[in-house]
Design a protein around this ligand. Structure first.
Ligand code: SAH
Length: 348
């Protein structure tokens, strides 16, 4: 089933003119879409037009299926897609605003050894409108509208899925969500996290979008990286860092490297030295994430003391580094803990 939220204003206008409707209808549709409404609850739209839309498009791309609240206040949502698949997302509220973590795929095929999102493999890509709908429904849930009344201020593409493995849909989502006709979230407030699909990092740098690129490195050399991230067999650490430099040069945006600390795997002094060497010479920031343990995996996290020691080594070597606070691990809402419930679409 198609998703109306995939369409931008021009595409909605083209559809309305094709259906013999007046042009201003497109803007009315978009105003309803921006409020996170289902087609059947659209206002100012005739029953006839709603029926016509419903014959082609899903009433709503996804609905909040369940919600869990962590003791730190973080909220985790399971969304049910129109085809029955379940994806997850996380809402973090700070003094400066609300950050929503969105998923880009149902499952993931990257196979990183430490991540829960990849356990069942990839079911399918999400469309741009399905990624957008996650923002729209949570914004609406918070009582948000558009403009000054928007509640979601920041977005991180760090839920399940590899954004660069669903490139076209993700870029379309970035354009939709940052459009003046849409929620108008500044790309500067959006972070895209990737395991490092190198050609698409170059492509993204050329899109003219100013999103923050965060690169999941997790190991400072190819030999170690290959043991935990299959993508490392395809692209070397050197190629990933070169691409990050290009992204910085093209966009002027400091690249963030993510490094999940795994006891006895990547937290040795040698690793710190190698890592500091890699990021030397261009503006970067390293985010250390003490591993969030995933029960199906035997990788272990580090103590807070060891994380601090690793951070101190990096600082002494001149790197800019912070340890990311662990959030929502009591509800499996932390990095790498999001899961999917995949329905076999053949059985639908
Ligand atoms: N596919 C994207 C988005 C993944 S989630 C990517 O690879 O970047 C965002 C971050 O959480 C990534 O850096 C990811 O590597 C990291 N992550 C995954 N599993 C984790 C875990 N169990 N503990 C800590 N961080 C994890």
């Amino acid at each position: 089933m198609k998703v109306l939220q995939d369409l931008n204003l021009e595409e909605l206008q083209a559809l309305m003119s094709e259906w013999g409707e007046q042009k201003f209808r497109a803007k009315q549709l978009l105003d309803n879409i921006n409020l996170g409404k289902s087609i059947s609850s659209f206002s100012n739209i005739s029953k006839e037009l709603k029926d016509k839309l419903l014959a082609v498009f899903a009433d709503i791309p996804l609905e909040i299926h369940t919600e869990q609240v962590s003791k730190d206040g973080t909220r985790k949502f399971a969304y049910k897609l129109a085809d029955g698949n379940i994806i997850e997302g996380v809402l973090m509220s700070y003094k400066y605003g609300n950050t929503l973590c969105v998923s880009t795929q149902v499952g993931c095929r990257m196979g990183c050894k430490f991540c829960a999102s990849t356990l069942g493999g990839l079911a399918r890509n999400l469309t741009a409108g399905e990624i957008l709908a996650q923002v729209l429904v949570v914004n609406a849930l918070l009582g948000g509208k558009t403009g000054k009344n928007r509640q979601i201020t920041n977005i991180v593409l760090m839920g399940s899925g590899e954004p660069m493995d669903n490139y076209e849909n993700v870029v379309k989502f970035l354009r939709l969500v940052s459009s003046e006709n849409g929620l108008n979230v500044s790309p500067r407030n959006i972070s895209l996290s990737t395991c490092g699909i190198v050609p698409n990092i170059y492509k993204l740098a050329d899109e003219g979008l100013q999103v923050i690129l965060t690169l999941s490195l997790h190991a400072p050399n190819d030999e170690l990286r290959r043991t935990i991230m299959p993508i490392a067999n395809k692209y070397s650490v050197k190629e990933v860092v070169e691409a990050a430099k290009f992204y910085f040069e093209k966009t002027g945006r400091r690249v963030v490297f993510e490094y999940a600390l795994m006891e006895g795997v990547n937290n040795t002094p040698e690793c710190a030295k190698e890592l500091a060497g890699l990021v030397h010479g261009f503006p970067t920031h390293i985010n250390l994430i003490p591993l969030n343990e995933v029960k199906e995996r035997d990788l272990k996290t580090v103590t807070h003391k060891k994380a601090e020691q690793f951070a101190d080594m990096l600082k002494r070597l001149g790197a800019s580094v912070t340890i990311r606070r662990t959030i929502a691990d009591d509800i499996d809402g932390a990095c790498g803990q999001l899961r999917n419930k995949i329905v076999d679409s053949a059985g639908e």
